[in-house]
Design a protein around this ligand. Structure first.
Ligand SMILES: Cc1ncc(COP(=O)(O)O)c(C=O)c1O
Length: 419
């Protein structure tokens, strides 16, 4: 029998490409490189011995439950723990009965596509947006349509125009996918008044919101801003995760779903993965119930703040002029821009030769073309290593900026303004 060929692939699988980011993550494992690529949380501050004892207890004493199938919607205690975490996100009073536990929020994004979107539908996204969500949208054969943002994130009036245009074109909009707090990759924080305006705009156009909030508690100056779901629960599917405040390896996240949609959402989730790992849910529950988890979040937030500042100082010293960025106010990422004409995919290749790696902006946008943006992650690398990475990349950045300047056409005398 001959080997299978691409003709055996479904249209949706044939359309999926390994993203530039995954390529970079594979390369970033090379220990000789400084990686400013991966948004990994820093785990060494966790109380590992005590967590180990909790994990041992879960198997030795509670193994007949922890190693068994569990409820499809997630264990009752994990759903309660999710409500505790959401209260700290600024979303108090969530009903555990409306929580569906998933293997990380990536699986919740995928379940949202499964539950709310038909092939060919539109998902409206901010540009840039999370690459894992873009991949899910491609897999579900959805069109990710970018709506304009400014230095504060989504622009409500532009969102209105985007939704009006899509309606006039007869497109079905499955949902708006948004990361209002310390977004991946932009780091932007959507102001409070805009959160309400975005929700009101979506209500006016009868569009559902999928609000993804892994970084809300990683706030460098002050308490987290209340999520959109806090005041607009009926229109919003809110996604939370243990990945950035505890561990991504446990693969525990969740969706808080409006009552009218919960049953179908949960059945769609069950059809994909039955339920999130019982053992993982019990360990994540133990972290919330038995440990000073908020103390841990405070500690890592302080660490990420210091790392973000060190990274800013380093790029100010080594990459200016030419490199512009938005100073992060929380989260894991610094998003920056080089002059037009610099291709950061090319820059990344040259950077790897120079001993450091970052993710080019093209990975995070549904818009084709050459991009001069890039994402630097500061969450996982200590301050000295961050500075070393920036230093290694400095000559490459400078060469790319100079080459773009040389190629830029000089304005003709006729187009020059009179003095
Ligand atoms: C915005 C965003 N959403 C979802 C995820 C996926 O997280 P999880 O580990 O919960 O699946 C990430 C991970 O980087 C993210 O940045």
């Amino acid at each position: 029998m001959s080997a299978p060929t691409r003709s055996h692939l479904s249209d949706r699988a044939a359309g999926v490409r390994q993203s530039a980011v995954r390529d970079v993550f594979d390369i970033a494992m090379d220990p000789s490189l400084v990686s400013l690529a991966g948004g990994n949380p820093w785990l060494s501050g966790l109380p590992l011995e005590e967590l180990g004892a909790a994990a041992a207890r879960l198997v030795a004493q509670e193994g007949t439950t922890s190693l068994q199938y569990g409820p499809g919607q997630g264990t009752e205690r994990m759903r309660q723990a999710a409500c505790t975490v959401m209260a700290a996100d600024g979303l108090p009073g969530a009903d555990p009965d409306l929580v569906v536990v998933t293997p990380g929020s990536q699986a919740a994004i995928d379940t949202a596509c499964r539950a709310f979107a038909n092939p060919g539908d539109v998902v409206v996204v901010e540009d840039p947006t999370f690459v894992g969500a873009l991949t899910s949208f491609t897999t579900w054969q959805l069109d990710a349509v970018a709506t304009p943002t400014d230095e504060h994130g989504l622009v409500p009036a532009a969102l209105d125009a985007t939704l009006t245009r899509l309606r006039s074109e007869g497109r079905r909009v499955a949902f708006l996918y948004t990361i209002p707090s310390f977004a991946n990759p932009s780091g932007l924080l959507l102001p409070e008044d805009r959160r309400d305006e975005v929700a009101e705009m979506c209500a006016r156009h009868d569009v559902l919101i999928v609000e993804d909030n892994p970084y809300g508690q990683i706030a460098f100056d002050g308490a987290p801003l209340a999520p959109i779901a806090a005041r607009h629960r009926e229109r919003t599917v809110y996604l939370g995760t243990m990945s950035k405040i505890f561990s991504p390896g446990v693969r525990v996240g969740w969706a808080l779903v409006p009552a009218a949609l919960k049953r179908e959402f949960y059945l769609c989730a069950e059809s994909a993965f039955i339920h999130a790992s019982t053992t993982s849910q019990m360990l994540a529950t133990a972290f919330v119930e038995e440990f000073d988890w908020q103390g841990h979040v405070r500690e890592v937030t302080g660490l990420y703040r210091a790392r973000a500042r060190a990274l800013q100082t380093a790029v100010d010293e080594h990459w200016r002029p030419g490199f512009e960025y938005t100073a992060p106010r929380g989260g894991f990422f610094l998003w920056g821009r080089l002059p037009p004409g610099v291709d950061t995919v090319e820059l990344m290749r040259a950077g790897i030769e120079a001993g450091a790696v970052f993710v080019p902006g093209a990975a995070f946008t549904p818009v084709e073309g050459m991009h001069s943006t890039l994402r630097l992650a500061y969450s996982f690398v200590d301050e000295d290593t961050l500075v070393e990475g920036v230093r290694r990349l400095a000559p490459v950045v400078q060469a790319a900026v100079e080459s773009a300047e040389r190629r830029r056409p000089t304005p003709s005398p006729l187009s020059r303004k009179a003095p």
